[in-house]
Design a protein around this ligand. Structure first.
Ligand code: AMP
Ligand code: MN
Ligand code: MN
Ligand code: MN
Length: 278
């Protein structure tokens, strides 16, 4: 039996396990094909690849890139990418700068709301990994101002709240082009998490396909059967392949277990058939 998980995070961004521990946990769960897809970085890939080879797991180098579609932040998984690609390296360097600037601005917003030094604390928590809003959320939980990371997002980090900063990520089209230039395939991550109407969602999927996108993340973490049906219909309509991922960040964080998100609807083309072939 094959168990596929093409969306996971490590300490290279906002996951709790280092790449080796993540791979070993995936192996213990019976995952046979695994991608590491940290936010806007490829830093964990070498360590994960080495661990996967030791654990007998097929490894897919990946990343989850932040992008803008209109004014909306969307996430694009780059799978089977070439981490050495100069185009990808330059893109990721730019994202790192944008993240550093955004982190400073988030820190200023939180300081005004009575939470000092959040950026320095978040950076320390990230430990050299890509700094994300998850790290800010964990810092605020540590201060006792909120019980969970989710509560921090609802109280401080969402649109209209003191820690919200609009980020000027590269466009969706540019992001897809960079992934393709590195030899990878682009997958639109968790399409149902953007709060879009059906009409807008179909427009996003169509724009994504026209930009050169290959797949949609149809089976996602703890989605309901109905959400999976909706995402599958979106992939069918846009003529896109299908991906499957847990979005695992660590145990007890609300995501499903590694490889535990379920299997793809049978009529859809698995995106991994496109690796190195499309
Ligand atoms: P960033 O890419 O730095 O804006 O951070 C996005 C990350 O924050 C996502 O990948 C999730 O891990 C996390 N996140 C976003 N919204 C929530 C939420 N409502 N609850 C918990 N984690 C969230
Ligand atoms: Mn995350
Ligand atoms: Mn995401
Ligand atoms: Mn993710």
């Amino acid at each position: 039996m094959s168990i596929v998980d093409l969306h996971t995070h490590s300490t290279a961004s906002d996951g709790l396990l280092d790449p080796r521990a993540l791979v070993e946990r995936a192996a213990a769960r019976g995952v046979t094909l695994l991608a590491l897809t940290d936010h806007d970085t490829t830093d964990g890939l070498d360590a994960a690849r080495a661990a996967a080879s030791g654990a007998g797991i097929a490894f897919v180098p990946g990343t989850e890139l932040s992008a803008l579609w209109g004014g909306l932040t969307v996430h694009v998984l780059g799978l089977d990418i070439g981490p050495e690609s100069l185009v990808l390296r330059a893109h990721i360097e730019g994202l790192g700068l944008l993240r550093a600037e955004r982190a400073e601005a988030i820190g200023r917003g939180l300081a005004k709301a009575g939470i000092p030094d959040a950026t320095a604390h978040a950076a320390r928590l990230a430990g050299g990994g890509m700094l994300t809003r998850t790290h800010f959320a964990r810092v605020i939980v540590e201060t006792g101002r909120a019980a969970t990371v989710k509560a921090v997002f609802d109280r401080y980090l969402r649109h209209g709240l003191p820690g919200h900063v609009a980020a000027s990520w590269p466009s969706l089209a540019e992001t897809v082009a960079v992934i393709r230039a590195s030899g990878g395939v682009a997958v639109l991550a968790h399409p149902l998490r953007y709060g879009l109407t059906g009409t807008k969602l179909r427009a996003l999927a169509e724009d994504f396909r026209q930009a050169g996108g290959t797949g949609i993340e149809v089976v996602y973490s703890r989605n309901t059967a109905e959400q999976t049906r909706t995402a599958a219909a979106l992939a069918r309509r846009a003529g896109l392949a299908a991906s499957t991922g847990s979005d695992f960040h660590g145990a007890g964080l609300g995501y499903c277990a590694l490889g535990g998100q379920g299997v793809l609807p049978e009529d859809l083309r698995p995106v991994w058939e496109c690796f190195a072939a499309c």
